[in-house]
Design a protein around this ligand. Structure first.
Ligand SMILES: *Cc1c(COP(=O)(O)O)cnc(C)c1O
Length: 420
């Protein structure tokens, strides 16, 4: 019989507590939003270090001349290397795909969201890249998360280039495997780490083309080490697919190898001009991903109309060699144009041409000065790049022309005068 009493006592206490809270509120004002002051402080600190990021807002399609707030800019910002993001044939394919499949996939791949368009694209990508099987993911970020966590866990070890993309690092941390990073491109350091590892399973992972430096991983050397130490090699070719190799088949094809140890990932929102990503590898790897990759299983499939458009994109990538030839010409032209600057281009042969500045403030100032003159080049700052290595990331597209690059050169030389 003491339970109702206890309940009544609790109830009274609750009433008293509520009264007390009200009294306090009357004294000190309404309760603050939890933690917002702390967040404001954190944001202010980021701002004061000149690390605050702000978004541009485009009002036109992604292309070399874009419009923002009613003004037109010549842009060197996007990863649309082949100039396909606004291609009329892709737009037509999207419309046709929408008529055939509707808009949304409506379910995950393992329930009822796997459409014939997804499947046809997977088969076309296997043919194109030369890997036995392919699996589509919604984004590159999710593909990396899926592969790394499906292949490595507790008791395993991951070996990663220090300048790898954030998505690979995040995936490694989530996997709970031991995470060893080696200095950029340093095969000897990697070998020392592999030699002493007692992990059950080893996974070496690298950007194939480094996203903020534009240089290319020593894939053949990495593969040799993986053979020697019985490790998997995961290549993230977000920036090589469509751009490098014969017909744009990517970085792996450039090194002409078909080792069963390679797990190849590439994205479809960069050179391919659309959206999404895929992983290509041995059938056992792909089946493992279908069974275990959580970022594949627990998410809605991408709209099949995108896969439908990507089939067309793949045709253009394969068939229009002139886009890659043009990129090579534009890259050479850019190097010429920027030779006399106090800032130096990194030694990159890809369409990613970073102009090294160093200081965050200076990088922002240059980017701002270009913007005032109608040219957009993003300033890349830490933590995207190491501290003290702020840069302008100039990215070229096959739809730029020689005059665009000449104009960038002239304006940069002019801005450069202000910094002597
Ligand atoms: C862009 C990028 C990703 C992520 O791909 P999304 O499809 O944009 O999520 C992964 N790795 C590298 C190296 C990238 O540059």
């Amino acid at each position: 019989m003491d339970r109702p009493d206890a309940f009544a006592a609790d109830f009274l206490q609750v009433r008293q507590a509520a009264k007390l809270t009200k009294m306090l509120n009357d004294l000190i004002g309404p309760p603050r939003e939890p933690g917002c002051e702390q967040l404001r402080e954190q944001l202010r600190s980021r701002e004061s270090k000149r690390l605050y990021r702000r978004r541009l807002m485009l009002e036109s399609p992604q292309q070399t001349h874009i419009s923002m707030a009613g003004r037109e800019y010549l842009a060197f910002c996007s990863n649309d290397y082949l100039g396909l993001a606004n291609h009329p044939q892709l737009i037509a394919a999207v419309c046709q795909g929408a008529r055939q499949y509707g808009v949304g996939a409506g379910a995950s791949h393992l329930i009822s969201g796997h459409f014939s368009a997804h499947h046809a694209l997977e088969e076309a990508l296997s043919r194109f890249t030369g890997f036995p099987r392919t699996l589509l993911f919604s984004t590159g970020y999710m593909a990396n998360a899926g592969v790394v966590t499906a292949l490595a866990g507790r008791g395993d070890a991951i070996f990663a280039d220090r300048l790898n993309h954030a998505s690979l690092n995040d995936a490694a941390l989530v996997s709970r495997a031991k995470f060893c990073r080696y200095p950029h491109l340093d095969l000897a350091a990697l070998e020392r780490q592999l030699a002493v590892s007692r992990a059950k399973r080893k996974l070496v992972m690298t950007d194939a083309v480094f996203s903020m430096d534009g240089d290319i991983a020593p894939v053949a050397g990495l593969l040799a080490l993986c053979e020697k130490y019985d490790a998997w090699l995961m290549l993230d070719d977000a920036h090589g697919f469509g751009v490098l190799g014969p017909q744009g088949r990517g970085t792996a094809s450039r090194f002409d190898m078909d080792s069963p140890r390679i797990v190849y990932m590439a994205t479809l929102g960069k050179a391919a001009g659309v959206f999404g990503a895929f992983v290509a590898a041995r059938p056992e790897v792909i089946e493992t991903l279908i069974q275990h990759a959580r970022s594949y299983i627990y998410t809605t499939a991408t709209p099949p109309l995108l896969s439908h458009a990507l089939l067309k994109s793949l045709e253009l990538i394969e068939g229009e060699e002139w886009r890659r030839e043009k990129l090579t010409q534009l890259t050479a032209r850019l190097k010429d144009e920027l030779q006399s600057l106090r800032w130096k281009l990194l030694p990159s042969t890809t369409p990613i041409q970073p102009l090294m500045i160093g200081d965050n403030d200076e990088a922002l100032e240059i980017s701002e000065a270009l913007r005032e003159r109608g040219i957009l080049v993003p300033a890349i700052r830490p933590p995207t790049v190491p501290s003290g290595e702020a840069r302008l990331r100039i990215s070229l597209s096959a739809s730029h022309d020689r005059e665009d690059v000449a104009r960038l050169g002239a304006v940069l030389r002019d801005v450069n005068k202000g910094f002597r």
